[in-house]
Design a protein around this ligand. Structure first.
Ligand code: ATP
Ligand code: MG
Length: 411
């Protein structure tokens, strides 16, 4: 009995250690860029890919592995190379350098129809002269499936996307959301191993978009098909994905789970692109001690060089407002916007404008103190993005940009 118990104990201990090792490996690989999910074998990998169009580099030194069965999202501003990445995997673009692997086999030169990959585009590209049933059946018929098989599969797929009873409808008369469901059913009916989705919800209004996000996620979980999803909407990426690949200017900036990306941004670009961030110039004095805004703060970061110049990220929701007591950072409220659940205020601290989200009302002109807990201070190495983002001085300009239709450059 005692022996069994201690063996079990030992096994548990070893198991725990293996788990820790695996998590540490994952964290390390995430930090250094590379695979999306180490626990899942990559089904698709891109190695050392480079692409340029008309002499202009679109992707460079691009390395990415997509975990089998994962929901992975490419997120980045317009023109960063998301669609190009999908087109390389789909076989529609041949890279100038590098290779594409599918389950470990090189498929770089394989034509699109021989890849076990299907694509759903933002514009649904349904066949306008075919009804719903025939659209979904199309691929199976091309592959010579019997009408009995086709009928069963079309029924199953239309059930999955909630379009039972729509078989004989004219696709041109369906709503945008319904057309997109047909496109999803049509792609899934071919039983691809990987589904590439290029901003598939971009044309839908917000309410429908949210519903479809939930449905798509459910379909991915039910079918176990690997989804590679493209969006420039960070909220969509965070809420749907197992892993997010943040891109800018043809290069991967960070790969990680949504909480990793939000809580541990790797550089000022990621911190700025995902949510709101105050990004301050700082100096890492020693392990767990960082200086910014003229003061020293305890933090939880370590392993920086002594006196290394750094970027310090503080999220607006992590700043507490305290009385101006001379002990805390002091600032003056410049602007207050009611956001429903909280107030968003802009606070001038020695000329640097912080964004703070608070449930307490503060009036413009009020002098306040700002307090931040050590674990809410996130220290990053300097990067080429340092100094570009993170001060809310030009906030009114940014609000104008935010209210523009989707598809524009990130600020
Ligand atoms: N066939 C092509 N010929 C020339 N330039 C191209 C071609 N395809 C893409 N590009 C350029 O490559 C860059 C990346 O384009 P891509 O479509 O991959 O961006 P994206 O991240 O999908 O952007 P968006 O969010 O606007 O869809 C852009 O500058 C684009 O103009
Ligand atoms: Mg695109």
């Amino acid at each position: 009995m005692g022996y069994v118990a201690s063996a079990r104990e030992r096994a548990r201990e070893n198991f725990g250690r293996a788990g820790e090792f695996l998590s540490e490996m994952r964290r390390k690989i995430h930090r250094e860029g590379g695979w999306t999910d180490l626990e899942k074998q990559p089904i698709v990998s891109l190695r050392d890919i480079a692409v340029s169009f008309d002499g202009e580099t679109v992707l460079k030194d691009f390395n990415l592995g997509i975990g089998d069965g994962a929901f992975v999202t490419l997120l980045g501003p317009s023109g960063c190379g998301k669609t190009t990445t999908l087109r390389i995997i789909g076989g529609f673009v041949r890279p100038d350098a590098g290779d594409v692997f599918f389950n470990g086999k090189k498929i770089t030169g394989l034509p699109p129809h021989k890849r076990e990959v299907n694509t759903i585009f933002q514009k649904y590209a349904l066949f306008p002269h075919l009804n719903v049933y025939d659209n979904v059946a199309f691929g199976m018929r091309v592959h010579g499936k019997s009408e009995r098989e086709v009928k069963a599969k079309v029924g199953e797929m239309l059930g999955m996307v909630n379009l039972k009873g729509f078989e004989h409808r004219n696709v041109n008369l369906l709503s945008g959301g319904q057309q997109q469901r047909v496109a999803i059913a049509r792609a899934l009916a071919n039983e691809p191993k990987v589904l590439l989705l290029d901003e598939p919800l971009g044309a839908l209004d917000l309410k429908l978009r949210k519903d479809m996000q939930v449905e798509l996620k459910k379909i991915q979980q039910q079918t176990g098909i690997t989804f590679l999803f493209v969006t420039h909407d960070q909220e969509e990426a965070l809420s749907m994905s197992d892993e997010v690949v943040v891109m800018d200017k043809g290069a991967i900036q960070q790969i990680g789970t949504p909480p990793d990306i939000y809580n541990e941004p790797k550089n000022a670009f990621v911190a700025d692109f995902i949510g709101e961030s105050n990004i301050l110039d700082g100096v890492m004095r020693e392990d767990f001690l960082v200086e910014f805004a003229g003061r020293k703060f305890r933090c939880v970061d370590r392993d920086f060089r002594r006196d290394e110049p750094v970027d310090v990220v503080i999220r607006p929701e992590d700043v507490d407002i305290v009385p101006p007591d001379g002990e805390h950072l002091a600032g003056v409220v410049r602007n207050v916007t009611f956001k429903g659940v909280f107030y968003e205020i802009i606070v001038d601290v020695q000329g640097f404008k912080w964004m703070v989200q608070t449930t307490e009302f503060e009036r413009a002109g009020a002098e306040i103190g700002l307090s931040v807990r050590p674990d809410e201070i996130h220290v990053m190495h300097k990067s080429k993005y340092s100094g570009t983002f993170g001060d809310y001085s030009t906030f009114s300009d940014e609000m104008d940009e935010d209210s523009r239709p989707a598809g524009g450059e990130a600020r």
